[in-house]
Design a protein around this ligand. Structure first.
Ligand SMILES: Nc1ncnc2c1ncn2[C@@H]1O[C@H](COP(=O)(O)OP(=O)(O)OP(=O)(O)O)[C@@H](O)[C@H]1O
Length: 253
């Protein structure tokens, strides 16, 4: 396994997803809220990108649109070369299932299924056979090999989130979107989880996009993208918790 080279601005990077002039308006007339106001953003392939910004700056909206969970009011979103807004609901569902992985704050595991069944469910729904070697390697790295026969209620929060990460990684999706993935974890489990996400990027070439409020969590990323009032407000390469905190303070957080 080789580590990815250090990331710097202008480096020659492949683009896993991008937005062009993306606008999202919620509501109408007087009550309309412009949550995204013309955002041009490239998500680099094989990198770990964190999206940060003040409350209400548009982070969740951005992630939902990038992941095809919602559609914009203007502009475009591309996953690879696929323009998501051009797809029917059915085609979009297939893209989400086959090309995107999700890790949510609330784990979103099915309680009646074992850890192994939860991990393999998306592949099963897609009618695909799991790569057993990759599955074994993944659960070993994630430290859940001995817990595979257990249901979520029999696992700790940290173990449940690692099952969710395995579920996201097992199909090697083009992008994994993580929404405050450490929000329900204690500090130790949170750091372990972030370390696993970072390793999935640097060892396996996975592309990860994470929304977080936590500067320490963001410091695990290769790049932090800052949003303010629905617009891009800066970016930090090779972030540290301090550099992120400084940037957020400048945005008035
Ligand atoms: N479904 C909705 N209907 C109306 N307004 C919405 C809706 N979802 C979000 N908004 C508004 O859009 C703006 C951006 O919201 P968004 O949730 O994307 O921000 P955020 O940066 O993720 O915030 P937070 O950090 O508080 O989670 C906010 O002003 C919010 O109130």
């Amino acid at each position: 396994m080789t580590s990815a080279p250090p990331l710097r601005r202008g480096a020659d990077l492949r683009v896993a997803a991008r937005t062009v002039g993306l606008v999202k308006v919620y509501g109408r007339g007087e009550a309309a809220v412009r949550a995204l106001d013309g955002v041009d953003l490239e998500i680099h392939a094989g990198r770990f990108t964190a999206i940060m910004g003040p409350s209400g700056s548009g982070k969740s909206t951005m992630m939902h649109l990038l992941a095809g969970l919602d559609t914009g009011s203007g502009g475009s979103v591309f996953l690879g070369e696929t323009e998501l807004s051009s797809l029917s609901d059915k085609a979009l569902t297939t893209v989400r299932r086959d090309r995107i992985g999700f890790v949510f704050q609330s784990f979103n595991l099915l309680p009646q299924l074992t850890a192994e069944q939860n991990i393999l469910l998306p592949l099963e729904l897609a009618g695909k056979q799991p790569d057993r070697k990759w599955f074994d390697e993944l659960v070993e790295i994630l430290g859940i090999t001995a817990r595979l026969g257990h249901r979520p209620s029999e696992l700790s929060g940290g173990q449940q989130q690692r099952v969710a990460v395995a579920r996201a990684l097992v199909s090697r999706p083009e992008v994994i979107f993580a929404d405050e993935p450490t929000g329900n974890l204690d500090s130790k489990s949170g750091h372990e989880l972030l370390d696993l996400l970072r390793r999935s990027v640097h060892q396996f070439g996975q592309t990860v996009v994470m929304v977080t409020h936590d500067p320490v969590a963001a410091s695990y990323a290769d790049r932090v993208v800052l949003l303010a009032d629905g617009k891009l407000a800066g970016e930090i390469y090779q972030p540290t918790a301090d550099s992120v905190l400084d940037a957020l303070r400048k945005l008035g957080v």
